[in-house]
Design a protein around this ligand. Sequence first.
Ligand code: PHE
Length: 499
Amino acid sequence: MRLPESQVAVLNAASATDERTIAQLAEATDLKPETVTGAVFDLRDDGLVTVTETVEEDVELTDEGVEYADDGLPEIRLYRAAMDVGGGDAVQMGQVIGASSLGGPQVDIALSNFARKGYGHIDSGELVPDADADPDADGEAAALSALAAGETVDTDVLDQLESRKLVVRHERTIRAVTLTDEGVTALMEGVETAETVDRLTPEMLTSGEWEDVEFTEYNVEADAPEVRGGKKHILRQTADRVKDVLVGMGFSEMEGPHADADFWINDCLFMPQDHPARTHWDRFALDVPPMEDIPEDLIDRVRSSHLNGVGDDGDGYHSPWSEDFARAVALRGHTTSLSMRYLSGHEVGELEPPQRYFSVEKVYRNDTLDPTHLLEFYQIEGWVMAEDLSVRDLMGTFEEFYSHFGITDIQFKPHYNPYTEPSFELFGRHPETNELIEIGNSGMFREEVLRPLGVECDVMAWGLALERLLMLMYGFDDIRDVHGTLCDLDLLRETEVLR
Ligand code: PHE
């Protein structure tokens, strides 16, 4: 039998009676572990060896863990200091902290673990140690020293140390190799090294040597070390895919300012100036000069729409309308400001129906951060301008759009927006929790919005949340898994957005 050099080496180093790990084989053959792994898989495929896999856990102390293993846990240092200073009686907090020589964040760490672990309690500025507590019997301290000495410890304490970020755990697959009967027979019959070539060179081509050489086979299924290079964030990948889908559906992309005049963000949308969402609570106001570049005739028509409504039997809000208020600049709370800019003709000139536009852009809201809300998120804005549009067109567009992402059970709920009539909220079912989550808001723009913009036909429009689409696609349930300091790195590394 003829085999490539590395396989011959591994075969000779393996045993039929003792399992040998990849590390042992690498040492015995003087080959790199990845080369041995590759050879082992090939030998296994040929039936010459068997491979068993076990997963082992490596536990490593973090810098903080090493520090506590050396100096003692902060809560124990605090307890000992309290006992030294007060002999078991209540002691002034400042005094104990001084005596413990704990500094910075360690004080908080000491205090929170002190009470949790029954070393005593805190009572109006005084630390009251429990004289019966025994720091020498502290399981976490014992586990830290054991780990520092290279010993193993119980998973319960390990969980606790991990939650305190004193240890990190890594899983490792250990592969062990044994010769099969076939392998033994092959060795007895003699295995020769095949001279194989792993790459084609220009010289081989010119000399014609390529015709005679034997090429190394590639094993594309062999395990390889994981390479963690930079990659595009899954939210960005999804945004790109959304853009492709919408372009495929005949839409063009809008762009425009993140910080915009309230005029474009709210007034054009027939949002009354005293609407609760326009107060300082929801919006991020900016301390910059008011926006100058707004067409005067458009301002007049929007003002009139607010004061008198549109058409003969129209009606307005009967409340004051201030141009200064409209020119004030804030971070946009939705990208419908872009739709207003485009529909008014301000961006690309007057638009004749039919037209379709979209944007996938960031919006900013002064919300409270929670699992489904961020202070900024991506909105998938869009609108279709045409003669005689109906709610069926709107629903059909969403069904088509979401079906590109495998989402086929969209639900619609009647809603209210000052700028659309009728209006619908969109819901989708979360694949893991099975809850209905809101994924967007939509409707047909009202006359009071369209006439001042100079649009005579129908316009249906929407704002969908990109993050929510991502939740439905990948099943994570906390938006902070993909954004910010708490993000789930494994999710970000492993998720591939299919194009
Ligand atoms: N601006 C709305 C929002 O942010 C979305 C929307 C856009 C609704 C256009 C209707 C029409 O929720």
